[in-house]
Ligand binder design. Structure first.
Ligand SMILES: Nc1nc2c(ncn2[C@@H]2O[C@H](COP(=O)(O)OP(=O)(O)OP(=O)(O)O)[C@@H](O)[C@H]2O)c(=O)[nH]1
Ligand SMILES: [Mg+2]
Length: 265
């Protein structure tokens, strides 16, 4: 496939969705780094979709310039900061409508190493339905985090794994690759969560629907530039949502038999 093939024409095309809020210092470098990696594994047939929630620092203008300069880059502007969950859903909707074969999630602050995009995509191309970048499997990890942050993250994943009865070690991470069908099977209208809870909710829905989920080890680093948007409100949302997901009213399942989900380890 040559790079002149419009990405929309092939169902095998990965779309990387990059949510941004005040990432002016990171956006150009992350788009460049991700583009190099995706280009290497797709012969140029990929798209990068920046979803910017009206960042006051001008991220949206830089994104517009990048999309004028680079064939593969597009931008979705949303007027209000609404949380990472709604930003991703809008991005996924757009990617599916434009024929994405795979949709990938990654933070735009270099906490996720763009080089790992290749391994996530490979995992899905070779049979998984959903590949999760995982800090809590052998080979994965976190650098630069203090004790409190580690406790919240790892504790949150353990808690969610236990309540939901899933055998997945890292449920709160935001570095993922979905096969198209997985997103098509999730009823976006009934997804309510915004922060980390969003990551748990999508993975739980995919597991309940019987999709094959694999964890790919990744190392997570703290951002060097820009501000964190992590808050207690986001952590609290995740605490509440997990039992609601398990015991609350279930969203409709797609037309396929649920598989036995392995019990939490
Ligand atoms: N479009 C959009 N993007 C967001 C929003 N909140 C966070 N993001 C982006 O989502 C990604 C992850 O957010 P971060 O601020 O890094 O939050 P975090 O990873 O939880 O926190 P730190 O790692 O401590 O910085 C980054 O690319 C952010 O710019 C939002 O409300 N809308
Ligand atoms: Mg971050």
């Amino acid at each position: 496939m040559s790079s002149s093939v419009p990405a929309d024409e092939s169902r095998d095309v990965p779309w990387l969705v990059l949510p941004t809020y005040n990432e002016a210092e990171n956006i150009e470098a992350i788009v460049t780094a991700a583009g190099e990696v995706l280009s290497g594994v797709t012969d140029g047939a990929y798209s990068i979709l920046i979803v910017d929630d009206g960042s006051p620092d001008g991220t949206g203008d830089i994104a517009d310039r990048l999309s004028r300069e680079r064939e593969q880059v597009r931008v979705l502007h949303r007027s209000e900061k609404n949380g990472i969950g709604p930003a991703y859903l809008a991005g996924f909707r757009y990617a599916l409508d434009h024929g994405a074969g795979y949709a990938m999630e990654m933070d735009s602050d270099f906490s996720h190493d763009p080089a790992d995009l290749a391994r996530l995509l490979e995992a899905v191309r070779s049979g998984a339905d959903l590949a999760l970048g995982s800090r809590y499997v052998p080979g994965g990890g976190v650098v630069d985090w203090g004790l409190l942050r580690r406790f919240i993250s790892e504790g949150g994943s353990t808690y969610a794994r236990w309540v939901l009865g899933l055998g997945i070690r890292d449920l709160t991470g935001g570095f993922k690759c979905f096969r198209r069908d997985v997103l098509e099977a999730i009823h976006f209208d009934s997804v309510r969560s915004q922060g980390y809870a969003f990551q748990v909710e999508l993975t739980y829905r995919a597991a309940r629907a019987g999709f094959r989920i694999v964890e790919v080890p990744i190392v997570f680093r703290d951002r060097e530039l820009g501000q964190s948007k992590m808050s207690w409100r986001i952590a609290a949302e995740a605490m509440w949502l997990v039992p609601k997901l398990r015991f609350g009213r279930q969203p409709p399942l797609p037309d396929r038999a649920p598989v036995e989900v392995p019990a939490g380890r």
